[in-house]
Design a binder for this molecule. Structure first.
Ligand SMILES: [Zn+2]
Ligand SMILES: [Zn+2]
Length: 253
């Protein structure tokens, strides 16, 4: 309902460059020109975390990841236009931009997708209350419609973590340590619930399928690794992750 009203009130212009959108595209938020400016993340990369590999030695970014967490891929680099789009999703109160971000993620190459379940990275209670929605869940639902895969709300965030922005990779890991639990860690399927629009019941068998974490941005992978750790503890054997954006990792050394 709110989204329908929003659509009527907002002028039909591109959110990023303010160019007017054609009548046909009036339900969209980002014009074709801006979408084509998003810079895809491409190989060569570390086969596991999808980060450009260091010139010497092996990738350190994913060295400490839990064994089940085998692959992370992102659609575009978090350059100016893409960053603005994520900002609109997170802070601009424009959850329907998730559709545009998901469209950029459709081509990500994820093995075992046909039997996979999409798992949004949850927000803490306070942040969810402030924002009114979880941007990762919106993204997962939009992507689930494109991929025809169910979205399952397997994770809960046990505490709100400090904003990661200013933290070093090591501090980021400490900041998110133990921040996630699975919904049916106790009480089995009774405690589980399904995300709206999804018909799948969460049973313990869910953990036997490839679980695909969905988040808006990959920075150092610390949050995703911690979420994967919680899924692994609950019995997951295969965890992948997909994000819309990938931040260029600042050089802390
Ligand atoms: Zn535009
Ligand atoms: Zn790596």
């Amino acid at each position: 309902m709110r989204e329908a009203v929003e659509q009527l009130l907002l002028p039909a212009e591109c959110l990023l460059c303010r160019a007017l959108l054609s009548f046909r595209d009036s339900a969209r938020l980002v014009c074709d020109v801006c979408r084509h400016r998003w810079r895809p993340v491409r190989p060569p990369w570390c086969a596991r975390c999808g980060q450009p590999e260091p010139l010497f030695g092996r990738c350190r970014l994913c060295a400490e990841w839990p064994a089940a967490f085998g692959l992370a891929r992102s659609a575009v680099w978090l350059d100016a236009g893409a960053r603005e789009a994520v900002h609109a999703l997170k802070y601009g109160g424009l959850p329907r931009i998730a559709t545009e971000l998901a469209a950029a993620m459709v081509g990500l190459d994820v093995p075992g997708l046909v039997s996979g379940l999409l798992v949004p990275v949850p927000l803490g209670r306070a942040r969810l209350r402030d924002r009114g929605y979880n941007q990762s869940e919106r993204l997962a639902r939009a992507l689930g419609r494109r991929w025809r895969r169910p979205v399952v709300d397997l994770l809960v965030r046990t505490r709100d973590t400090a904003a990661q922005t200013a933290l070093t990779p090591e501090a980021r890991l400490a900041n998110v340590a133990g921040a996630f639990e699975t919904r049916n860690a106790e009480g089995g399927a009774r405690n589980s619930r399904t995300v709206e629009g999804s018909a799948v019941r969460v049973a313990s068998s869910a953990f036997e399928r490839p679980l695909i974490l969905v988040d808006d941005v990959f920075t150092t992978g610390a949050t995703l690794a911690e979420a994967a750790r919680a899924l692994e503890r609950a019995g997951a054997g295969t965890v992948w992750a997909v994000t819309f954006g990938r931040a260029v990792v600042p050089d802390f050394t």
